[in-house]
Design a protein around this ligand. Structure first.
Ligand SMILES: Nc1ncnc2c1ncn2[C@@H]1O[C@H](COP(=O)(O)OP(=O)(O)OP(=O)(O)O)[C@@H](O)[C@H]1O
Length: 289
């Protein structure tokens, strides 16, 4: 029998408006163990959705269960929050804090009141992200990659079962991004991670599931392979721009790459997840035009 506690997170019919702006419209999904990627154009509603799951924002309507707890009730919210770690888009660093001081400050906000056990937990979280030997360094002296690790350590305080990461790889160089992904993959082996990103490579290399939001609604929910397959037989290259393609761009090789309905005899190539994503979002936009 299926119960509401089978999934770490179950959202049903979440909707939220900011004045006349519909940020989320009837969004439903479930999250299990592993990383679920959240993709979508700017303004699609990703941050709003993450804030709701993080229990920082209350939806206008809909239901949310975190391990069966209802965060829309007082007692449920507290129980749900104890299981959640949140890395917001802007972690609000006090740059003169050391890494330890910042994570300790977050631990205090999370109501870890006993100083000795709190400090042990802060050291554990910094150790988990590989920053044990940098814990006395001021945040302003750390690289972007190390700063993101500090933010992740703060999210890991209290050993949450659900991690919510809002665009954590922005501003990282390729090596830092790869290291950060590796860390998240390790954490997600036994936890549930919801990760919003504009980097389709984050999804390809990390995610078991992917949700595409657009204009506040879920346009796709499934595996990265299924999202990629939406562009199967719809990607080709040629030496000219293709005015009838959904999207067409010049690549570094001098050839143009196109996604759309290929003309007869087109030189088809294997799609990437980005092609699948572009197909989905452009088809939706074409439908709305
Ligand atoms: N506090 C707010 N007040 C008014 N409108 C808001 C507020 N926060 C978000 N919005 C609007 O709600 C919609 C969804 O915004 P949201 O930040 O959730 O999108 P997003 O997918 O995270 O975008 P991005 O990829 O740019 O971060 C947008 O139209 C945005 O302008």
């Amino acid at each position: 029998m299926t119960t509401s506690t089978d999934f770490a997170v179950r959202a049903t019919g979440l909707s939220l408006r900011y004045g006349r702006t519909v940020a989320l419209d009837d969004v439903s999904f479930t999250l299990g163990t592993g990383v679920t990627g959240l993709l979508g154009p700017n303004g699609a509603g990703k941050t709003t959705l993450l804030r709701i799951v993080a229990t920082a924002v209350t939806p206008d309507s809909g239901n949310l269960r975190i391990f069966g707890h209802d965060p829309l009730t007082g007692s449920g919210r507290l129980a749900a929050r104890r299981r959640i770690g949140y890395l917001p888009q802007d972690p609000g660093f006090h740059r003169s804090f050391t890494a330890f001081e910042f994570v300790d400050y977050v631990a205090i906000l999370k109501e870890l009141t006993d100083r000795r056990s709190r400090h042990a937990e802060v050291r554990r979280a910094l150790d988990a992200v590989g920053l044990s030997d940098r814990r006395g360094d001021r945040i302003r002296t750390l690289s972007g990659g190390s700063r993101q690790r500090v933010a992740l350590a703060a999210a890991l305080v209290g050993d949450p079962d659900v991690l919510i990461l809002d665009e954590p790889t922005v501003g990282l160089d390729p090596e830092q991004r790869m290291r950060f992904r590796e860390l998240v993959a390790e954490i997600a082996e036994e936890r549930t991670v919801l990760l919003s990103t504009h980097q389709t490579e984050d999804v390809t290399s990390l995610c078991r599931e992917v949700i595409v939001l657009d204009h506040g609604g879920v346009r796709f929910s499934g595996s990265p392979a299924d999202l990629t397959a939406l562009a199967s037989g719809r990607v080709w290259t040629s030496s000219e721009r293709e005015p009838n393609a959904l999207v067409s761009w010049r690549t570094g090789t001098g050839l143009f790459r196109h996604v759309g309905d290929p003309p007869p005899g087109a030189e088809l190539i294997d799609p990437t997840l980005e092609d699948g994503y572009l197909t989905l979002v452009d088809l939706a936009a074409a439908g709305a035009r």
